[in-house]
Design a binder for this molecule. Structure first.
Ligand code: PYL
Length: 288
């Protein structure tokens, strides 16, 4: 998982209205709408109760430590989609204790390996990697007008790419799996329905020229070039940094979804609060 930097997130809190306008143009949904679609819940039925749900965001000093602005940005995203939310005054265990004492319904916290949302009522656990994947797949589906057995190229078979492949198949897509480590793609393919999931046998350049629907779940930047993009290309990029280079981005217009944190945070909170499906965290998967 790429560790975000302050530069990646410092503008998010003041750009959420702008993000909603961009998402509406691309998908017909706002950030909350994407989160609800990804969670399989009706936005109209949740919007009333969401305000009554309080989320606590706990800063964590473990490992490489606190990212300046991270917890407040997470809290701002949650407020933007309608939750009540606060960042705890204390960090780590003190913050967890504070969340309980202040009767939070949800608790969100992240170390360098796992970003989790906990429902303190029903003990549901939602992992950011899985929620991020589901959010971007929901957005890609809307931009694509439905998958209807279309094949989506999944770039990167780590926690986000794996969860994206599963979510794509659940929504009626076929998936072509690519990872620089071919064994990772092959290992993922063994967990997915035969014939619906295939491993890309060609090199990356050929694959990028072949497929029109892409999910970039890699930690690599600017490797997707303008020559890989056609008027039919529709892409979602949960990966950080952005996989499309500036020339490729300039040709995509309203056919590319990316944000460094918003979609994942919104989806994990809605999943934790309302999602009927309990999510298992990816924390147990091998850490890259
Ligand atoms: C959750 C993000 C999405 C992409 N990479 C993940 C990341 O940067 N993880 C590290 C988060 C560390 C947060 C720090 C704090 O400020 O509480 N422990």
């Amino acid at each position: 998982m790429t560790r975000l930097k302050q530069d990646d997130i410092y503008q998010i809190s003041k750009s959420l209205e702008q993000l909603d306008m961009e998402l509406m143009a691309k998908t017909g949904l706002t950030l909350r709408g994407i989160a609800c679609a990804a969670s399989g819940v009706d936005e109209g039925q949740t919007s009333g109760s969401i305000a009554g749900i309080t989320a606590a965001v706990v800063p964590v000093t473990a490992g490489l430590g606190i990212i300046s602005g991270f917890s407040d940005t997470v809290s701002a995203i949650l407020k933007h989609i309608g939750f009540s939310s606060f960042t705890t005054d204390s960090t780590d265990a003190g913050g967890v204790s504070e969340a309980f004492l202040r009767r939070a319904d949800l608790l969100l916290m992240a170390d360098d390996h796992c970003f989790t949302a906990l429902n303190l009522g029903n003990l549901k656990v939602v992992d950011n990697a899985e929620a991020t994947a589901r959010g971007f797949v929901a957005g890609l589906e809307r931009m694509s007008g439905g998958f209807d057995r279309k094949t989506v190229l999944v770039l990167g078979c780590g926690p986000v790419g794996s969860a994206a492949a599963i979510a794509l198949i659940q929504r009626g897509a076929r998936v072509a799996l690519f990872d620089l480590v071919r064994e990772r793609a092959e290992a993922l393919a063994t967990e997915l329905p035969t014939g619906i999931a295939t491993v890309v046998k060609t090199d990356l350049d050929t694959a990028l020229m072949k497929y029109n629907h892409l999910i970039d779940a890699t930690p690599s930047g600017a490797f997707i070039k303008a020559r890989h993009i056609s008027v039919k290309t529709i892409a979602a990029g949960p990966g950080v940094p952005v996989g499309l280079d500036s020339d490729a981005l300039s040709t995509m217009n309203d056919r590319f979804l990316h944000d460094p944190l918003e979609t994942g945070v919104a989806t994990m909170a809605v999943l934790a609060a309302f999602g009927g499906i309990s999510c298992s965290g990816n924390a147990h998967r091998e850490r890259t």
